[in-house]
Design a protein around this ligand. Structure first.
Ligand code: NAI
Length: 334
């Protein structure tokens, strides 16, 4: 018997976005998940149509459906419109970014046995975007850390750890230098840790944590970080297991969730049909679990593992398959 139709907002994005979202939509169709997609443009694609980079209809669609799958959206550097990704996170208060990092079968990487989860605070820190010129040649950028945001990201990390049966949460900081801001982050997470006595809590300074992540990544379990450290460590995490093409991610708020890949719009390979859809597919698997389509999530993971183990890979992983060939192979197993 078929379940309910899920209404989900789809943002193809730009660059390789439309290529990888097409592939993922095709695969979810083959997995027989009943989804009614509501497509919305954003970023340069919306601007070219004379609309705002983050059209209000897009935000309304996500608020209505509460779930979105999103391809990458290019952010102009130094000038032009502000990041659509940051705008979405702020507009929907998507305060938690979740990135599970683990070795996929058949994907070459420097490390084996990596299985960690990065929980990044998404709304404040240096990403508050509060910059100004004091005098010519001197610019100030404000790092905002609040007890409220630090407590809720701490709670998100511990609740995730509890739900997933994970044993340890590590807070990452630089409170030896930024005693007040990172100090407040730590105080807030420590207070949450006391509510979860069954989970071990510890702390690492960001620079030492980076070294340990590339020496002994298997020692980490759940990491919770303020926004900027979280951004950097997330890509480091992707590097541990084979790169940006093989890590999925999700952004959670209190009511909405947006599922997107870790990578960007990859302008260097856009339009060539060679992008790896795996990262967005892994994000889509997180989405399927979120909407309670667990059997379909397991089936997609099985099919993906089967295809990768069979040596069918896109160019970034040393293979020769195109995006479409890779998606077709996954669909065939499904
Ligand atoms: P990028 O992730 O787009 O590309 C970095 C490198 O990884 C490139 O060589 C690219 O070809 C490769 N790569 C990325 N994804 C791949 C995939 N699925 N398959 C095969 N190879 C892949 O990072 P970059 O160049 O720094 O950013 C490009 C644009 O994307 C920027 O405008 C940036 O702001 C935006 N961006 C958007 C994000 C989002 O929408 N969530 C996230 C990160 C960046």
């Amino acid at each position: 018997m078929r379940g309910l139709t899920h209404a989900i907002t789809l943002v193809p994005g730009d660059g390789i976005g439309p290529e990888v979202t097409d592939a993922v939509v095709q695969i979810l169709g083959a997995a027989k998940v009943d989804i009614r997609w509501e497509r919305h443009d954003a970023g340069v694609v919306a601007v070219e149509q004379g609309r705002r980079p983050l059209p209000p209809e897009l935000l309304e669609s996500i608020r209505r459906n509460t779930v979105a799958l999103k391809g990458p959206v290019t952010t102009p550097i130094g000038e032009g419109f502000t990041s659509v990704n940051v705008g979405l996170r702020k507009g929907l208060d998507l305060y938690a970014n979740l990135r599970p990092v683990w070795n996929l079968p058949g994907v070459p990487s420097r490390f084996a046995n990596v299985d960690l989860v990065i929980v990044r605070e998404n709304t404040e820190d240096l990403y508050a975007g509060l910059e100004h010129q004091i005098v010519p040649g001197v610019v100030e950028s404000l790092k905002i850390i609040t007890e409220k945001a630090s407590t809720r990201i701490g709670r998100f990390a511990f609740e995730h750890a509890r739900r997933q049966g994970r044993k340890r949460v590590t807070a990452i900081h630089k409170a030896n230098i930024m005693k007040m801001s990172d100090g407040l982050f730590l105080d807030s997470v420590r207070a949450v840790a006391r509510e979860f006595p069954e989970i071990t809590y510890d702390e690492r300074i960001i620079d030492a944590a980076c070294m340990q992540l590339v020496l002994t990544p298997e020692r980490f379990d759940v990491l919770v970080l303020p926004n900027l450290y979280g951004d950097i460590v997330s890509d480091l995490g992707a590097g541990l297991v084979g790169g940006l093409g093989v890590v999925g991610a999700a952004n959670f708020g209190t009511t909405c969730a947006v599922f997107e890949a870790v990578h960007g719009s990859a302008p260097d390979i856009a339009g060539k049909g060679i992008a790896n859809p795996t990262a967005l597919l892994l994000s889509a698997v997180l989405m399927l679990r979120h909407i309670d389509e667990r059997a379909a999530a397991d089936a997609v993971m099985h099919a993906l593992g089967h295809v990768l183990n069979a040596g069918i890979r896109t160019r970034d992983l040393g293979g020769g398959a195109t995006t479409r060939e890779f998606a077709d192979a996954v669909c065939k197993v499904l």
